[in-house]
Structures are given as structure tokens and as C-alpha cells.
Ligand binder design. Structure first.
Ligand code: EPU
Length: 419
């Protein structure tokens, strides 16, 4: 276990580049299992979730090389070995193996996936969709077994607009017999990246980026080269880190197309920024007070649940009340409890709703972060807290951020990783 030790009080300034999206990379890596040919993926973030997923793919017999954000995967000699609880439990994205292996082998046996402690993580929408495609699903305490003699295209209206559920059903229907429709599909940038990559592999998908996907099953897919989109959550993280420290930072490689809701929220809260034609966001130094607002999370293009905890930190520096309603995960308020330990004024209305009153001078605290996004928000709060903060389980942050400590240090933050 390593920890981050942060001394608050420094303004951030300089340039920082956003890397590839974690959740897009995981979905694209799962899609590489649908062909025996080699796939080459660029802009892959070197983060713990990607490394752990790669370990699972290798356990299944895929050959993989990963260096300098370039990943080559050849799944020619893939075997359908059961995946045990320890491997599956390392990350939530491992659930994507259900769709990929079902498509490739017609059956799959998995332990339950892991992931953050942010609430119940049901997969009923995934399993209902697999059943519609003709699969039989059986669930035991030890895991899930899914089999289909031949997957048949189907019309699936998703009962819940689930991100990995949509990705799993895309993966499963891509080699099914005949056409499929996936309605009320998630439209997150990572779902779009998965579809764009599959198209390059020879898949027939219409409606990409909309909640209505039409897929015509193919006999086989081939290898392809693809570049992962930039991580919208990391872009928001850097922008808010700059804004709360009253710094001046250019956030490069921010895919602006994916940032309408967070940018609009920054504007509403009074953060001064400019967007540039090269896709950068320049957070401008400003001493004007920020303003409280109303934040409701949603499905893309609305503000994402993974972006919400970052805005919670900004809210502690805003005048008046900010209400936050995140209906997606019932365990998302762990970061607010940590902010309270740091001096934030928070009224918890119920497990999905809270109100933050500011501005407040935060103070350092010693905290074990409950989840990845909470970790990022506690870290940012530590940058403005008076005194020293310790985040004990730095590895949770490493799951989704590449060398976040080094990057923030290059902008002037006082942060050390202690092994
Ligand atoms: N839900 C159901 N039934 C299902 C699936 C989901 O009721 O079968 C509910 C969940 O309880 C939740 C909502 O639907 O209330 C959304 O869950 P979703 O399935 O979309 O989440 P996910 O696919 O498990 C992905 C991201 C999460 C992100 C959510 C929401 C990956 C690997 N994970 O999770 O990212 O919070 O979508 O945008 O893509 C993270 O990166 O830190 C992270 C947690």
C-alpha cells in the first residue's frame, strides 16, 4: 500500500495533458477478443485497471504487449478458462468479458466482477439482454454461467440504461445471427469508442452515439488499429484542481465534444475559462467568488456520476448552497464524508442527495478513500486544505489516473507518494 502526502496551499499553474479514457480502453480491450487477428490500440492509459485487465486477458491465453501507451493484442490462442474471483474482483470492467467470451465461444463462466464500493452493482440488464439473444443464464453464489448454442439477433429494450450493460450487449450481438436492436442504450463516449473500434474490425453498427443501436451480426471480425478517446473525467479533474487552487492551467487533449455538461457547470459556478480550437481548456486565474448551484447527474451528455465528486470539492469553495443529486450510485457520498472531516459543511438529505454550503477553509486530514472518484476529489481538496493531508490507499487512485501525483507536482502541487 502506498499513500499520498499533500501539503495544501499552492496555486497550480502550467500545462497538463489528458490521457486516454479508462472505461473506453477496457471496452476496446474486451473487443480485441472477438478476432484471432492482431489489434493495435493507441493512447491507452497506463493505469492499474488496464494492467489488471491485461493480466486477465493473458490468463485467457491472449498475447499482449503494452508500452508507451500502445497496446497490441492477439487473441488467436484464446482459451475459455474459468476466471476466478480474485482476478475478476480486481476491476468492474471485467464484466465485459461476459459479452466478449460469449460471442467468441458461445459460453462463459465468470466469478462476480469487482469494482468500487459505490453501491450495489447489479447486472440484471446485462443478463436480460443475453437471454433475449438466446442465451441461458445461471447464477450461483460463486459466479455466473452463460451459454448459447448460437446467439440470435434480437430487439432489446434495456430496462436500465447501463453503460457496461450496453457494451456487453453490443459485444454479444456483433457475431450473432441476424440483426439486433439495442434501445435505450447508454451513449457515453466509451460506448461510442467501442462501436467505432468494432466498425473498424468489420462490424455493422448504425446509430452510434445515440440510444438506438442497430447491429447486423457478422460471421467474423478482423484486426484493426484504433486510438482511444481522451478521458473526460480526467479532464474535469485537472480543470477543477486548477479552479479550486485559483490557478492558471491549460488542460490539453480535452475532447471538448464530451465536456458540454461539466463546462456548463463550471460556467454556472463562475469559473473563468477559455476553450481553444486545439481542444485545450484554459482555466484562468480569478479571485472572484464562485457560486453555489444545483447539480443533478445523468446519462451522457448530462453531467456524469464520475464527475460529480469533483464538483463537490468546488462547491466547498462556492458562496451559498450547492445541492447535489446523484441518483446513480447509492454509495457515492463517501467523498462528502471525507470532506466533512476536512471541515466542509455538508447536509446529507438522503443517500442520493446532499447540500454543501460554502465557502469554507478546508483543513488537512488523514483519510482512506472509499473509491476511485472519491480519491481524486479528496486529493484535490487536499491541495487547498490548510496543512497536511494523507490519503492512505493511493492505489485506488492509480486505478484510473496515471501518475496523478507527478502530474500535479509538475503544476506546482506539494504532493509525495510514500511507498
Ligand atoms: N443498473 C441496474 N441494473 C443493471 C446495471 C445497472 O439497475 O443491470 C443500475 C446501477 O445500479 C446504477 C445505474 O444502473 O444505478 C448505472 O449503472 P451502469 O451499469 O451504467 O454502471 P457500470 O456500467 O457498472 C460504468 C462505469 C462507472 C460509471 C457508470 C455510470 C465502467 C467500467 N464503469 O459502470 O465508472 O460510474 O458506468 O456512468 O465503464 C469509474 O470509472 O470510476 C466508474 C465507477
Amino acid at each position: 500500500m502506498s499513500k499520498f502526502v499533500i501539503e495544501g496551499g499552492n496555486k497550480l499553474s502550467g500545462e497538463i495533458a489528458v490521457g486516454g479514457s479508462k472505461n473506453a480502453a477496457l471496452a476496446v480491450m474486451a473487443a480485441c477478443l472477438l478476432t484471432e487477428e492482431t489489434c493495435e490500440i493507441e493512447n491507452v492509459p497506463d493505469i492499474l485497471d488496464v494492467r489488471n485487465f491485461l493480466e486477465i486477458l493473458k490468463h485467457l491465453g491472449a498475447e499482449a504487449e503494452f508500452a508507451d501507451h500502445r497496446l497490441r493484442i492477439t487473441a488467436k490462442n484464446l482459451t475459455n478458462r474459468p476466471i476466478d474471483a480474485e482476478l475478476m474482483g480486481r476491476l468492474r470492467g471485467s464484466i465485459l468479458l461476459a459479452g466478449a467470451l460469449l460471442a467468441r465461444f458461445g459460453q462463459v463462466q465468470l466469478a462476480h466482477p469487482g469494482g468500487d464500493a459505490i453501491g450495489r452493482r447489479p447486472i440484471d440488464a446485462h443478463l436480460d439482454g443475453f437471454r433475449k439473444l438466446g442465451a441461458e443464464v445461471s447464477q450461483q453464489e460463486s459466479g455466473i454461467q452463460i451459454r448459447a448454442r448460437k446467439l440470435q439477433g434480437a430487439r432489446i429494450v434495456m430496462g436500465v440504461t447501463s453503460v457496461t450493460g450496453t457494451e456487453n450487449l453490443i459485444l454479444a450481438s456483433i457475431l450473432a445471427q441476424g440483426p439486433s436492436e439495442i434501445r435505450l442504450a447508454a451513449t457515453e463516449p466509451h460506448v461510442r469508442d467501442l462501436c467505432d473500434f468494432l466498425k473498424l474490425m468489420g462490424a455493422d453498427i448504425e446509430g452510434i452515439g445515440t440510444p438506438f443501436l442497430r447491429i447486423t451480426g457478422q460471421v467474423a471480425l478482423h484486426g484493426a488499429k484504433f486510438t482511444i478517446c481522451s478521458d473526460e473525467i480526467n479532464a474535469v479533474t485537472y480543470a477543477i484542481a486548477a479552479a479550486v487552487t485559483r490557478g492558471h492551467v491549460v488542460v490539453k487533449n480535452s475532447n471538448l465534444e464530451n465536456l458540454d455538461a461539466p463546462l456548463a457547470t463550471l460556467e454556472r459556478m463562475g469559473v473563468k475559462y477559455e476553450v481553444r480550437s486545439d481542444g485545450s481548456i484554459e482555466i484562468l486565474e480569478s479571485m472572484k467568488p464562485y457560486a453555489g448551484t444545483k447539480i443533478v447527474t445523468g446519462v451522457f451528455p448530462q453531467l456524469l456520476t464520475d464527475e460529480q465528486p469533483l464538483f463537490g470539492v468546488l462547491a466547498t469553495q462556492a458562496r451559498g448552497e450547492t445541492s447535489i443529486h446523484d441518483w446513480i450510485w447509492e454509495g457515492r457520498q463517501g467523498y462528502l464524508k471525507a470532506l466533512v472531516q476536512m471541515g466542509a459543511k455538508v447536509q446529507f438529505d438522503d443517500i442520493h442527495r446532499a447540500r454543501i454550503t460554502g465557502p469554507t477553509q478546508l483543513h488537512g486530514a488523514e483519510i482512506k478513500t472509499p473509491d476511485l472518484r472519491a480519491g481524486a476529489s479528496i486529493l484535490i481538496a487536499s491541495l487547498i486544505a490548510k496543512g497536511r493531508s494523507v490519503i492512505y490507499n493511493a492505489e485506488i487512485i492509480d486505478r484510473g489516473y496515471e501518475r496523478l501525483d507527478e502530474k500535479l507536482r509538475s503544476l506546482g502541487a506539494k504532493i509525495q507518494r510514500i511507498e
